[in-house]
Design a protein around this ligand. Sequence first.
Ligand code: FES
Length: 232
Amino acid sequence: MQVLIDRYHPDTSPYTQCYDVDESMLSEGMMLLQLLQHLREQDPSLGFRSSCQEGVCGSDGMNINGKNGLSCITLVRDLGQRIHLRPLPGFAVIKDLIVDLGPFYQHYQAIKPRLAPEPSVAADLGQELLQTPEERAKLDGSYECILCGCCSSSCPSFWWNPDLFPGPAALLAVQRFVVDSRDIQRKERLEALNSATSIFRCRHIQNCTAACPKGLNPSRAIQALKHELLSQ
Ligand code: FES
């Protein structure tokens, strides 16, 4: 088996490195992240991020055989005999498979990703904000995002306007608060998206939904937000 990795270091020209992997070191159920950890034992210069190793922290997003995903929940046996790993597209590369997610986090920060309850409720930290089961169910599919960046990194609208277009992850986060019965800033959150460079830059290519390693559907959330905006 061969593992090709696009290597980059600011002091050298980019190149693709080929690692020959002895199949005897592969185990049943081995994840790509474990394989990368083996490769780094041989080559300590190899750069990639990881933390939780179980699809929760979102730190090991990368482009795997042309599709964005998380190495820690990707089975090596599903990738064939030749695996090509690249850093997430659309972000500046810091080193090898490590990219600068700063612009991605700035968009997330800009949508104010925190609950805005009634001021009287916000002042009383001991007060519970109850929801009916039906109200709570509306959050399903939007709160589970782990901010790995796989969706925004696969979105052409984000590639073309990384400074202006919030990207699917940030828009999915808006949807999470717009449908929350406890949030009183629904109108303001929608209005903040009402520009040609914001939500209307989305062309519903749906790469985001195809790329999400958590099986979420940012494209559907964006369509719902557009519908809400246009029917106000
Ligand atoms: Fe945390 Fe993969 S290492 S999501």
